[in-house]
Design a protein around this ligand. Structure first.
Ligand code: FAD
Length: 333
């Protein structure tokens, strides 16, 4: 274990760079590239070596062509088959393993998202190697930095496996952007393994507000809001005035004030916006685990001793039912 300082990537000798070959696993949903998953390419670029990206699903070509525009990517391996549309790990893991074996990759990287967390440990098991989860920095081709104990300690781990299967924390690697790249799109191998699991359906929370995981501004409400009605009355106008995404503490979610998809923290989403405003949130370590890397942390709480003030850059001690509407009014003006 080492203190919570992330060292920059140590220089890797040029000869080693040539031996590295990285497969970045990208995500798509309903024929649209999940641009957040392009973080895997940023991490691959930090490792150096040859970079290929992987995509699977029905009519995958337009998505593959969009990913091909990311500079530095040599090849997009695409498998066109509707069986992979929903990313079910039961058939996606053997698909990925076949393509990893064919390409002889030294590293495979995906986001530490529901998709990546579901898929990559199975891939690691099928290859009989260790899964390396939720990394926030790369020291060299075998040494990686990852938070443990809800971010209270930082572990530096070294892997001696031949293939390193890695998920990355999206907030630590900004998504690469499609620009003037000219990667070739190549058809991958398709083992057509039947999935033992059938996709039945999904019930997605829809919102016109910015996506919590990627929004530059987040306003989060906690148990201090007292009820769902008050949460909506106080937090939503503030979010809309700031153009911010809405988040919540687990206590607020468990009490039914906010939807489960809005939970920030150890068992919720990890966010690192430019601005994180915590309203009526005490600042338990499990909450801090999901937001303490935010650039500016602001807090409103009536208890001046609340632990949130220990991580806040800006704090206001006061009654949120009075202060937040006043703040919203001033922001509007
Ligand atoms: P409280 O701790 O009750 O704090 C409410 C705050 O509101 C207080 O500080 C109070 O002073 C303030 N307040 C009250 N009224 C007002 C007012 N009128 N004006 C201004 N301020 C006011 N928590 C998460 O958030 N995310 C997680 O992912 C998460 N994962 C967990 C995982 C595990 C395994 C465990 C054990 C716990 C987890 N928790 C998580 C729960 C966490 O420990 C805390 O219980 C939770 O974060 C508390 O939420 P809160 O700050 O909203 O509520």
């Amino acid at each position: 274990l080492q203190p919570a300082t992330l060292s920059p990537l140590r220089s890797t000798p040029a000869a080693l760079h040539r031996l590295l070959s990285v497969l970045a696993v990208l995500e798509q949903r309903d024929g649209k590239l999940n641009t957040g998953s392009l973080s895997a390419i940023t991490a691959a670029q930090k490792l150096g070596g040859t970079i290929h990206a992987f995509l699977a699903g029905s009519s995958i070509k337009p998505v593959a062509e969009q990913a091909a525009k990311v500079p530095g990517v040599e090849k997009i391996i695409a498998v066109d088959n509707a069986a992979y549309d929903k990313g079910l790990p039961e058939n996606y893991a053997p698909l990925l393993v076949e393509n990893i074996k064919k390409g002889g990759y030294t590293h495979v990287i995906a986001g530490h998202t529901a998709f990546g967390k579901n898929l990559l440990p199975r891939v690691a098991a099928l290859l009989d190697v260790q899964q390396i989860s939720d990394i926030t920095a790369i020291e060299n081709d075998k040494t990686f930095v990852r938070p443990i104990y809800a971010g209270n300690a930082i572990a530096t781990v070294e892997s001696s496996d031949e293939v390193r299967i890695i998920t990355i924390r999206g907030t630590a690697f900004p998504a690469a952007e499609p620009a003037d790249g000219t990667a070739a799109v190549e058809e991958g191998v398709d083992p057509k393994v039947e999935s033992a699991t059938e996709w039945v359906g999904e019930d997605l929370a829809k919102s016109d507000r910015p996506d919590l995981a990627t929004a530059p501004k987040v306003v989060s409400g906690g148990r201090g809001l007292k009820s769902k009605e008050e949460f909506d009355r106080i937090m939503l106008p503030l979010a809309d005035t700031l153009g911010a995404a809405v988040g919540a503490s687990r206590a607020a979610v468990d009490s039914g004030y906010a939807d489960n998809s809005l939970q920030v923290g150890q068992t919720g989403k990890v966010v690192a916006p430019q601005l994180y405003l915590a309203v009526g949130i005490s600042g338990a370590i499990q909450h801090l685990a999901g937001m303490k890397d935010s650039k500016v942390i602001a807090a409103i709480n009536k208890d001046g001793d609340a632990p949130i003030f220990q991580v806040a850059d800006v704090g206001l001690v006061g009654d949120l039912f009075e202060k937040v509407p006043e703040l919203t009014e001033k922001l509007r003006a």
